[in-house]
Design a protein around this ligand. Structure first.
Ligand code: G3P
Ligand code: MG
Length: 244
């Protein structure tokens, strides 16, 4: 029987990403200041095999770079600003995973590391993430890998079987028991508007951890807790934590 990996009722989604640039050290520090005890980040890799914390395949939305993150070397990515959406954070760097792991441990947070490979790079992305984690994650704090990518989950299961995993989907598939079993997942993460009460009850009964994205409204979070979810990913963790 799977044992749920418990993060927190409110998990800071990409850090406190409503008020600081998502997936940056600043957003993680702010989440901790707001009272968050768990954070979610997205991770992919550079052309020369360094893990960076960033959501999109492309650099345009969140940084002053251009093109695919995976087509640039780390030394070029190190020079980018990831604060372009927030005028007060113009000098905030695009962070390496190694630096973010150190920051998360300094703040004693639990971590949900979402493996976000550019399609085609599932295996190298997961391998480099696992190596970076092995080198930089010394805390006893909770660490959970998650991914939409089945190939990434399969690689993580092979490389670091002892680190728990979550499958992420938008809608809950009918064959969720087979899908969760295939990657020996402890948790299931899905889009909040597609929560399905019957499936949630069955998953709870089987011992899975259930987390929904992305919830920025405390009334919506309260409804989801009533349905049996363990927690929600939120861009404004401070506001939801106050309403708990
Ligand atoms: O891990 C939950 C959530 O972050 C998944 O979607 O696109 O925000 O990474 P996305
Ligand atoms: Mg994510």
């Amino acid at each position: 029987m799977p044992r749920a990996t418990l993060l927190a009722p409110v998990v800071a989604h990409r850090g406190a990403s409503a008020h600081a640039p998502e997936n940056t050290i600043a957003a993680i520090r702010l989440a901790a200041e707001q009272g968050a005890t768990a954070v979610e980040i997205d991770v992919s890799i550079s052309a020369d095999g360094v893990a960076f914390v960033h959501h999109d395949d492309g650099l345009e939305r969140c940084t002053n770079g251009k093109g695919y993150l995976c087509s640039h070397n780390a030394s070029d990515l190190d020079r980018l600003s990831a604060g372009v959406l927030f005028p007060d954070y113009a000098s905030e760097p695009l962070p390496r995973l190694s630096a973010v792991l150190e920051c998360i441990q300094e703040h004693n947070l639990a971590l949900n590391l979402e493996i976000k490979p550019t399609p085609g790079l599932e295996e190298p992305t997961t391998k480099i993430i696992c190596e970076t984690v092995a080198a930089h994650w010394h805390a006893g704090n909770t660490l959970l890998y998650s991914s939409f990518s089945r190939e990434a989950l399969a690689s993580a299961m092979q490389l670091q079987p002892e680190t728990p995993r979550a499958l992420i989907v938008c809608a809950i598939p009918e064959n969720w028991p087979e899908q969760l079993a295939a990657y020996q997942c402890s948790n299931f993460h899905f889009a909040a508007p597609l929560a399905n009460q019957q499936a949630l009850q069955a998953m709870r009964d089987k011992g899975y951890g259930l987390y929904c994205f992305t919830v920025n409204d405390s009334a919506e979070a309260a409804e989801l807790y009533k349905l049996g979810v363990h927690g929600v990913f939120s861009d404004c963790p401070g506001e939801l934590i106050k309403a708990l």
